[in-house]
Design a binder for this molecule. Sequence first.
Ligand SMILES: *[C@@H]1O[C@H](CO)[C@@H](O)[C@H](O)[C@H]1NC(C)=O
Length: 193
Amino acid sequence: MAAKLWCFILFIVLIQANVFAYQYQVGNLQSWNIPTSADPKVYTNWPKKHTFKIGDSLLFLYPPSQDSVIQVTKESYNSCNLKNPILYMNNGNSLFNITSPGVVYFTSGVSGHCEKSQKLEISVYASDGSLPMPPASGPSGALADSAPSYPTVFGGIPSGPSKSSSSLLNVKTSVLSSWVIGVLICGLLGSKI
Ligand SMILES: *[C@@H]1O[C@H](CO)[C@@H](O)[C@H](O)[C@H]1NC(C)=O
């Protein structure tokens, strides 16, 4: 009986860990800035240590007089094009909410910073483990094709009711399946002891 109970408690803890939304402080840094010589690859290495999921958020901290954060397209990320960002944040305490799977690209809105590796690429996997890519488009007109679709995909504007309800549904189904698995395994374990 005790084993069954412990098993169940363990499962509840695992479910919580899986469902809770995390707020990540970007780079674990007090200041979003050009990487220092001590850690020149901080923005490349930091995302590799984490698994980002829908509901998590990214906190960029910086003195607002010195920096800013922009979310850009892949093309702009690669070429350090600061024009027409998808999202512009400059209050020094910028929270980006992850609302959909895919790859999100950030850099600094201050000219010259992107070239000095102040850029961040975050991959957000869907609950089925897939990583949706923005629609592929030819080399020319790539910007024109993909740019308009981003705001709706990544929700620069506060997420609408359809989005929040669908992510809520995902959470609910994953909790439900964890519970079912938990009950089955704990039940088996309990009956053998
Ligand atoms: C993310 O969510 C927080 C809290 O709900 C909100 O204050 C913030 O403005 C949101 N960020 C964006 C970029 O919409």
